[in-house]
Design a protein around this ligand. Structure first.
Ligand code: PXP
Length: 253
């Protein structure tokens, strides 16, 4: 089975919200991503609604083949998920002041609450995942609560600098993935956060249990770099068309 790639389109919504405009549309980017071959679309509906809005999730649900909703483990978000019915929900920790998700969920410390939310999601045919740091205690917590998948937070791996730090973080991920699949081979092992073209190859090679990746910031950033020439050409053409159709002031007399 090839490793599934899910693109996180939150960053498109961030750009839209910065202007309060209707574009760029994360749903359009999701559709184009599917056409380009991604296996799923991920969005994080944050409690402060700073990028993705409720309506985006509901629209995405209608048009994409596979939708993964990242959300805080709260009753309000559970109610929303039961209404939106994404294919999977990934429970993440959330702090309002953070720029992005800064670490994994403390599943080990909140087993009962998280197990209840996972059970409710499963009843609505939504596969529950938890986003955790690649640590033995959290892996055990995930194994205890009855989730369908685990996404490992790869932020520490992405931020590691130098050979020995990178090796150390890979070893953490390898050992966590091994413990998870040894004890529950049916669980999906996912990973995400800070993945780039510069580190994803190494991660996939070194952690063979990985079946799914969620990538946002770097992919949307690369899309800007790769697409800017086409955008400039399109605007240039529109301006030239306008110029060709111009009536000069003297023509109006
Ligand atoms: N997975 C989870 C659970 C996340 O919270 C995020 C960030 O929204 C990602 C993956 C994607 O991270 P990045 O935008 O750094 O690729």
């Amino acid at each position: 089975m090839s490793v599934r790639l899910q693109v996180n389109v939150d960053h498109v919504a961030t750009l839209r919200q910065a202007r309060g405009a209707s574009y760029p549309d994360p749903i359009r980017v999701a559709e184009l991503s599917e056409l380009a071959g991604v296996d799923g679309i991920t969005v994080h509906l944050r409690e402060d609604r700073r990028h993705i809005q409720d309506e985006d999730v509901l629209r995405l649900r209608k048009v994409v083949r596979k939708l993964n909703l990242e959300m805080a483990a709260t009753p309000a978000m559970l109610t929303f998920a039961q209404r939106a019915r994404p294919n999977t929900v990934t429970l993440v920790p959330e702090r309002r002041e953070e720029k992005t998700t800064e670490g994994g969920l403390d599943v080990a410390g909140h087993r009962v609450v998280i197990a209840e939310i996972c059970a409710e999601l499963s009843k609505t045919a939504i596969a529950p995942y938890v986003f955790i740091d690649p640590d033995a205690i959290q892996v055990q917590g995930a194994l205890d609560i009855g989730c369908a998948g685990v996404e490992f937070h790869t932020g520490d791996f992405a931020n590691a600098s130098g050979e020995s730090q990178v090796r150390e973080q890979l070893a953490r991920l390898q050992s966590a993935a091994r413990k998870l699949t040894d004890q529950s081979p049916a669980l999906v092992v996912a990973a995400g956060h800070g993945l780039t073209l510069g580190n994803v190859e190494l991660l996939v090679r070194e952690v063979p249990q990985l079946g799914e990746l969620n990538i946002g910031h770097a992919m949307i950033g690369d899309a800007i770099i790769l697409g800017i020439q086409q955008a400039v050409c399109a605007f240039r053409r529109a301006i030239q068309n306008g110029q060709r159709g111009r009536r000069m002031p003297e023509d109006r007399s």
